[in-house]
Ligand binder design. Sequence first.
Ligand code: RI2
Length: 313
Amino acid sequence: MEEVLEAAEKIRSMEVRGAARIARFAAETLMKFAEKASAEKFDEEMRWAADILLNTRPTAVSLYNAINYVMRYSGENVEEKRQSAIRRAREFINWAETAQRKIGEIGEKRIKDGYTVMTHCNSSAALSVIKKAHENGKRVEVIATESRPRWQGHLTVKQLREAGIEVTLIVDSAVRYFINEVDCVVVGADTITANGALINKIGTSQIALAAKEARVPFMVAAETYKFSPKTLFGELVVIEERDAREVAPEEILKLGVKVRNPAFDVTPRDYIDVIITEIGAIPPEMAYIVITERLGYAGIEEEEITLNSRHFD
Ligand code: RI2
């Protein structure tokens, strides 16, 4: 139980971060927990662990989808249930890894030799696209934003340099200044709603706006488990607001200044040219179909969208 609480704290504090990473980490944590959970109260204990992990960060639906996938374990007795949960966790992790590779292969076709690509924050899916283009011998340069307040842009520039890719770091507010030097934008996703809107790191929607104005294609790289079933029933995605101390120092806070620190924002589908998923390059208008057909939520009633309901078959 201690390990589940520690894992939850790692997600909450962002020691483990990134929508795909937290999903895989939650699946791994549930897998280890399932190995040790008691025979007497297996279901109860699994549900407890699932709830703890789910209540860490509210925005990325990948976390919900990963936990839901594992919690769909079944079996005639506890040992069968245990093995089923472990197997499902492995399946999810495998899905996540395969999807990212596939996204790279599909997305790289949108990047031509000599392109300058802008990216925001630190998305493993978006970087998979850029790195694949580079691996395939295309000359690619990247303009990466700092992504305040958590500076995920620093991770991005390090990872790109390690891959041997040319990269320029800019402040978030310099996006419009540089947008005319850019051939396309590639960002990741924390959640995609049923109507094709993108929820991603704060600042993403401003980049989309600048890109549209400059007629620069705006691409999203997202595994299908980033699509939100709950939004089928009109539920709005909760935007996480984090501690003011991430943004302002104590000397400012003590003046009584109100500080807001939303971690994500919403980009409407009209600003998105294409979403690169592991099942293909799709228009945002297809989000509903991804949720109903690919994730298996066709014909599901709202009250069935709970952790133990039957989806993803
Ligand atoms: P991948 C991150 O969230 C960023 O918003 C990033 O674009 C998104 O997750 C997707 O990342 P945070 O955890 O799943 O840094 O593509 O708040 O790695």
